[in-house]
Design a binder for this molecule. Structure first.
Ligand SMILES: NC(=O)c1ccc[n+]([C@@H]2O[C@H](COP(=O)([O-])OP(=O)(O)OC[C@H]3O[C@@H](n4cnc5c(N)ncnc54)[C@H](O)[C@@H]3O)[C@@H](O)[C@H]2O)c1
Length: 315
């Protein structure tokens, strides 16, 4: 089996490449990645001899065709992924998260690819104060990031009905773990706390996210790659709903740093209050999250403390 993993040099993608090499050692892996600011060869250093790496853009038809040559399955992690950046430069998001998906889908249908997994996000549902979103709920994205992701996944699902392409979409909650770019909440907090700098928290810090360890997400995506039904959407949540202020306090406690470092800053425009998912469908497929948030968070903080060389050049 030969898999094309796009965005494999980014946070979740590089963890997924490792997962696949560990769990399916006989499969071949091709990674296509543009190496934007978020994609780094360092993330694939330990596994580079075991994969084929192609530097390129998922919007580039020729590169996409070369990368998909001989592949049975495609998993598309490639995306512009940071909500704050989507507010200042939305065009990059529409380009990669919609046109890039389109380019991959066209090549996949030309080659009659056996399985295409489009990685989407819980952010397509928008925010909710109470209850949890099921896969049948309507989409109500708030940012150019989540709207572009919604556009990409709708296009992907249209290829099931229109062309019979075997696409399954995953919508996961917030991931955390090693190799996450230090612009996302958890690495930002760890690095600032280490340097005794103020920890910027949007609004009052009451916004809630359902934290999913990246390894749990990788196991779920692998399962969807094997067993997902064409046209299905699969939510991947973890039941670890924690407010940003509580995450911050847990990190400070683990690092033995004072809560006085917390500094509240003006809220992000259109900041979704809470994301929450029902994940019965992936549970029926035999998946459960394994990493308890307290343990996963401690391991993640320790990874950033032990791998300063990895993030120091990025600040
Ligand atoms: N991180 C999360 O919490 C989270 C949650 C739900 C869904 N997702 C989705 O999971 C996927 C991976 O997220 P991540 O956090 O690893 O993102 P990331 O920003 O860390 O990595 C994205 C990767 O895509 C590559 N890339 C960007 N534009 C490209 C292009 N045009 N062509 C080829 N490669 C390109 C980058 O170089 C990078 O390696 C994304 O689709 C994201 O929307 C992420």
């Amino acid at each position: 089996m030969r898999h094309l993993i796009t965005g494999g040099a980014g946070f979740i993608g590089c963890n997924f490449v490792r997962h696949m090499l560990a769990e399916h050692p006989d499969d071949e892996i091709v990674v296509l990645d543009k190496l934007t600011y978020a994609g780094r060869m360092e993330n694939l250093e330990e596994v580079i001899d075991r994969i084929t790496f192609i530097k390129g853009d998922i919007c580039d038809k020729e590169i996409v065709s070369t990368a998909m040559e001989g592949c049975d399955k495609v998993v598309n992690f490639a995306a512009e992924s940071h909500v704050d950046r989507s507010i200042t430069t939305p065009e990059d998001f529409v380009r990669t998260d919609v046109i890039g998906v389109f380019t991959l889908l066209e090549e996949a249908r030309r080659r009659d690819i056996e399985r295409f997994v489009q990685i989407s996000t819980d952010e397509v549902y928008g925010s909710t104060v109470s209850g949890s979103f099921s896969e049948e709920d309507i989409l109500d994205p708030s940012s150019p990031y989540s709207a572009s992701k919604a556009g990409g996944e709708l296009l992907a699902r249209s290829y099931v009905k229109t062309y019979g392409l075997k696409v399954t979409v995953t919508r996961s909650s917030n991931n955390y773990g090693p190799f996450q770019y230090p612009e996302k909440l958890i690495p930002v907090l760890v690095i600032k706390a280490l340097n005794n700098e103020p920890l910027p928290i949007y609004g009052k810090g009451t916004n809630v996210r359902d934290w999913l360890h990246v390894e749990d997400n990788c196991r779920a995506v692998d399962l969807v790659l094997q067993k997902g039904k064409p046209g299905d959407i699969v939510n991947i949540g973890s039941g670890n709903e924690v407010s940003n202020i509580d995450v911050t306090k847990m990190i400070l406690k683990h690092m033995n740093k004072p809560e006085s470092l917390i500094t509240f800053v003006a809220d992000r425009p259109g900041h979704d209050f809470r994301y929450s998912l029902e994940w019965g469908r992936i549970k029926e497929m035999g998946w459960e999250p394994k990493v308890k948030f307290e343990n996963g968070l401690r391991q993640t903080v320790d990874w950033y403390l032990e791998n300063k060389e990895w993030w120091k050049t990025l600040l």
